[in-house]
Design a protein around this ligand. Structure first.
Ligand code: NAD
Ligand code: ZN
Length: 377
């Protein structure tokens, strides 16, 4: 089969590789119809992880079930399915608690598995013609009959919609809240949409990329451009000086200011300022573990000083971590099916698999208008 393979920093290509196949009775093989390039893929693409060369990338996958193992009882050949980026067993201590992003079975010695990702187990990604899905009954969400026509919406269920939703869950967004979201990338835009699903009265989205701020407006949020002046002050002005009730971080360790200068952690400290006392903050932007013995490495990996004192005095709370996609997916699928939400409006490009390397290059360069790239193998 053909698949997008990682060869080294900024070096990916579509190669001929062995077909995905059933390895365990609980596996399925899915023929991929849509697989997306994610901001998280860029951590690997840019060479900032220890992902092994030869790895097939791609954790935002949907498609048609082609084959099932003898132990698969619910998912059937021909079903259209979307696959949470988390690979989970469904029966360990964490899965039982709904914490499928931290499954203890699929990535022994660590927690959490994913397709085509560094340090998340030995699983191939889905930027390919076919994908092996472990524990298929648990990990495949079957889609209704409109799956093909709403592919651009349903494909967001593999990661960024539930991840944005997770940010609002961690922040405990409730009816009538004001919410500030840092980052108008795909995850931030889906967090803004999710805040509204949960009944937020007003949502501010901060970024400095005009094309993305326009999309923030299209999903119903108030865009704030931090190149027009201090974003925290703009939020305080808009909330009578109090700050927003809740905050979501959807940028991660690669934060920069509007001039492009890297400012690790600036979004965390800005959220502490922009959220009211006792307000809660959800962090879904990725921050990498830091090795306290390697100071130089630390600076490169995004060391920053958290304003913990202000955080303490404002009595705020913070929730972090990988999204437990399965917790949210069924309900979000139903909202798409009933035409209540249209997350697919953020899609900017739909390419064939053979155009994937070009898609990575232009998405990584954050070329104007390259918000969300879908690949159709
Ligand atoms: P992205 O890089 O496309 O978007 C990030 C956006 O943040 C960009 O538009 C950028 O201009 C903006 N930004 C940068 N610095 C800023 C600042 N100081 N203030 C305001 N905006 C700023 O990435 P994405 O795909 O939207 O993902 C966002 C983060 O979420 C990444 O770290 C990604 O790895 C992470 N993520 C986490 C999970 C999870 O389960 N927790 C899942 C998917 C992605
Ligand atoms: Zn993703």
């Amino acid at each position: 089969m053909r698949a997008l393979v990682y060869h080294g920093p900024k070096d990916v290509s579509v190669d001929e590789v062995p077909d995905a196949r059933i390895e365990q009775p609980t596996d399925a093989v899915v023929r991929i119809t849509t697989t997306n390039i994610c901001g998280s893929d860029l951590h690997m693409y840019e060479g900032r992880t220890d992902v092994e060369t030869g790895k097939i990338l791609g954790h935002e996958n949907m498609g048609e079930v082609l084959e099932v193992g003898s132990g698969v009882v619910k998912v059937r050949v021909g079903d259209m399915v979307v696959l949470p980026f988390n690979i989970a067993c469904g029966f360990c201590k964490n899965c039982n608690a709904g914490l499928t992003g931290f499954c203890l079975t699929v990535n022994p010695g660590s927690a959490g598995g994913a397709y085509g990702y560094a340090d998340m187990g030995p699983y191939a990604g889905g930027q390919a013609e076919y994908l092996r899905v472990p524990f298929a009954d648990f990990n495949a969400l079957v889609l209704p009959g409109d799956a093909e026509e709403k592919q651009r919406d349903y494909t967001m269920l593999s990661d960024i919609l539930p991840t944005g939703y997770h940010g609002t869950e961690l922040a405990q967004v409730r009816t009538g809240d004001s919410v500030v979201v840092y980052g108008a990338g795909p995850v931030g835009l889906m967090a803004a949409l999710s805040a509204q699903i949960r009944g937020a009265a007003e949502v501010f989205v901060i970024d400095h990329q005009p094309d993305r701020l326009r999309l923030a407006e299209r999903v119903g949020a108030i865009p704030i451009d931090d190149s027009n002046g201090d974003a925290v002050q703009q939020v305080l002005d808009a909330t009578g000086g109090q700050g927003a009730d809740k905050g979501v971080e959807a940028v991660g360790y690669q934060a920069h200011d509007h001039t492009g200068e890297e400012r690790p952690g600036i979004t965390i400290n800005s959220l502490i300022q922009a959220v009211r006392p006792t307000g809660r903050i959800g962090v879904v932007g990725v921050f990498v573990p830091q090795d306290p013995s390697a100071a130089d490495e630390l600076a490169k990996q995004g060391e920053f000083v958290m304003d913990f004192g202000t955080f303490f005095f404002k009595g705020q709370s913070i929730g972090t971590g990988q999204a437990n996609v399965k917790q949210y997916n069924r309900g979000l699928r139903n909202l798409i099916h009933r035409d209540r939400i249209h997350p697919g409006i953020i899609v900017s490009h739909e390419l064939s698999l053979d155009e994937a390397a070009e898609g990575y290059r232009r998405f990584d360069a954050r070329e104007d208008g390259w918000t969300k790239v879908l690949l159709h193998p």
